[in-house]
Design a protein around this ligand. Structure first.
Ligand SMILES: [Zn+2]
Length: 542
């Protein structure tokens, strides 16, 4: 059966259906039983799932964390008919990632692909300093009770993997060194099911609730690059766009109702900065999704206030925006950012989503004066009211700028058609030797060490038990530089380097050894100057 399916679609093989594969896993991965239907078959069939109205599925998919968002929705009529770039083909040519039958839908990034991935994540991390996000590191598996509290168990279980630990043989050893598990009130649940997280939101609510909060602490902005898992059907899996495991530049903002507008504005500015730097798209537009007609939580007044704040933020963004009436999730309105690329194709990437639901489910609160005013986002000068402190529910904003890093990479690969800007290029530079004489080869290696910041003296100091001296700090530059010292003609090596997509092709020969320099086309400079030139290119996103 498995073999037939494999042969039929050429490459897709569902390893989880192969009992032999399970031996490789410490954990057994299955889907949560469906708890939503009373007459329930234990696991809802995929066929049923696929005809479930989109709205009901979407309602419980944190839109900022949406992996199913449409990757490419529209093609301009003027686009000439030519084979569009395919990120899967380009990634194979450039050796960026592979897929394995042992983990369908979980891309395995090869060294060059991992470089791009890490550069994107590092870039986002650096922007967090300006935009006030603080990174947290949270678990991959959570007890079922957390998913029950968040509502995922009842509404999202089809799309989740459950996780069960192996039974522990030591549990019965009363004389063992391990503390008795009977003392653990959670013991019963320890043996139960856990869920592999499909999104970070509940974990961030737990972090928020871990201590008492005051209105002075807000807004609190958590960021998280955790891997997430969602149970996509095997037939839908494709490259980096339809995956079961992915990462997000995920963020959750907990703020006062009066801060919503400013937070949305900052998020839209953040989006603009990132998309401009990535040279993504000719333009993008914003779409506001408002309160659904029937099924929603929260009061009309709450919705009105939230939507008004979003409209004001959209107005001040200076961007083109439209309204998708009634298209919001039942727990809050949202703004989608829809990117149009140079071929006229539209891509939904970033989303900003207000959420009235999770803060209620997790009983999140902060202390503020005049709590009734505070909850409405209003202020008062009345000293008597201000003297009265009380709990107020924070507003939660889900936001992702890149969205899924994997999906964004697919978009970049196709958008650049494999020609990376220098700062993201997994092949930034290569040093080619003109001949294979020992001094030339040695100088090529020395030049590379200077450019990548591999200072042997710093390591010698450390290995001798000292810290590096100020003259020889340990300061890797992060630049990716290869060396080709092979005994082939320079012309051949240059052609090969060009075809491989190297950003800078440096050459060293006898003259360069003599003058302690490297050659870049007609330019000659010291390795240190070359390093600084490249770092400048990285810092200016060339
Ligand atoms: Zn979220």
């Amino acid at each position: 059966m498995v073999a037939r399916r494999y042969a039929k679609n050429g490459k897709k093989l569902d390893a989880s259906s192969d009992p032999n594969c399970r031996e490789f896993f410490f954990y057994t991965l299955t889907r949560f039983p469906d708890v939503t239907t009373a007459n329930s078959t234990m696991i809802r069939s995929r066929a049923v799932n696929s005809i479930r109205p989109l709205a009901s599925r979407r309602a419980w998919t944190c839109p900022a964390c949406l992996s199913r968002r449409q990757f490419s929705s529209k093609q301009s009529a003027n686009t000439p008919k030519q084979e569009p770039p395919d990120h899967r083909k380009l990634a194979t040519q450039q050796e960026l990632f592979i897929s394995s039958i042992y983990s369908p839908g979980s891309p395995m990034f090869l060294p060059r692909g991992a470089r791009i991935f890490n550069k994107l994540v590092d870039f986002l991390r650096k922007q967090y300093i300006r935009y006030g996000f603080e990174e947290v590191i949270t678990p991959t598996i959570y007890k079922k009770s957390l998913w029950a509290k968040s509502g995922h168990l009842a509404n999202y279980s089809d799309d989740m993997y459950s996780v069960t630990g192996n039974p522990k043989s030591v549990a019965t050893d009363e004389h063992g060194c391990c503390p008795s598990e009977e003392k653990d009130p959670n013991h019963e649940e320890e043996d139960g099911e856990y869920g592999l997280k499909p999104m970070n939101c509940p974990g961030h609510c737990v972090v928020f609730a871990s201590k008492a909060r005051s209105y002075r602490d807000l807004p609190i902005r958590y960021a998280d690059f955790s891997p997430l898992h969602r149970n996509e059907i095997s037939g839908a899996l494709s490259g980096l766009t339809r995956v079961r495991r992915f990462h997000q530049d995920d963020g959750h903002i907990f703020c006062r109702p009066s801060q919503v507008e400013e937070e949305i504005k900052r998020t839209l500015e953040f989006v603009k900065v990132v998309y401009t730097v990535l040279r993504l798209g000719v333009s993008y537009r914003l779409a506001l999704s408002t309160r659904p007609k029937d099924h929603f939580i929260g009061t009309d007044e709450e919705w009105q206030r939230a939507e008004d704040a979003l409209r004001r933020a959209l107005d001040t963004s200076g961007m083109e925006w439209s309204v998708n009436e009634g298209d919001g999730a039942f727990y809050g309105p949202k703004i989608d950012i829809i990117l149009k690329d140079s071929d006229g194709k539209e891509h939904q990437t970033a989303t900003v989503q207000l959420d009235f639901q999770l803060p209620k489910r997790f009983e999140l609160e902060y202390q503020a004066p005049a709590p009734e005013y505070e909850a409405r986002g209003e202020t008062t000068d009345d000293p008597a009211l201000l003297a009265d402190y009380g709990p107020v529910r924070p507003v939660m904003i889900h936001r992702a700028v890149l969205g899924s890093v994997e999906r964004l990479m697919a978009l970049l690969i196709e958008n650049y058609n494999g020609k990376w800007p220098f700062w993201l290029n997994p092949r930034q530079a290569i040093i080619l030797t003109v001949n294979t004489s020992a001094p030339v080869i040695e100088w090529a290696e020395q030049a590379r060490n200077v450019i990548i910041g591999n200072d042997s003296q710093a390591y010698e100091d450390i290995l001798a038990g000292r810290l590096p001296s100020p003259d020889h700090p340990l300061r890797p530059t992060g630049l990716g530089v290869d060396v080709d010292v092979s005994a082939r003609s320079l012309g051949l090596k240059i052609r090969e380097a060009r075809n491989s997509g190297y950003g800078h092709i440096l050459v060293v020969g006898d003259e360069d050894v003599k003058h302690k320099q490297v050659s870049l086309g007609k330019e000659r400079m010291s390795p240190a100057e070359m390093r600084d030139k490249m770092l400048n290119m990285v810092d200016t996103f060339q």
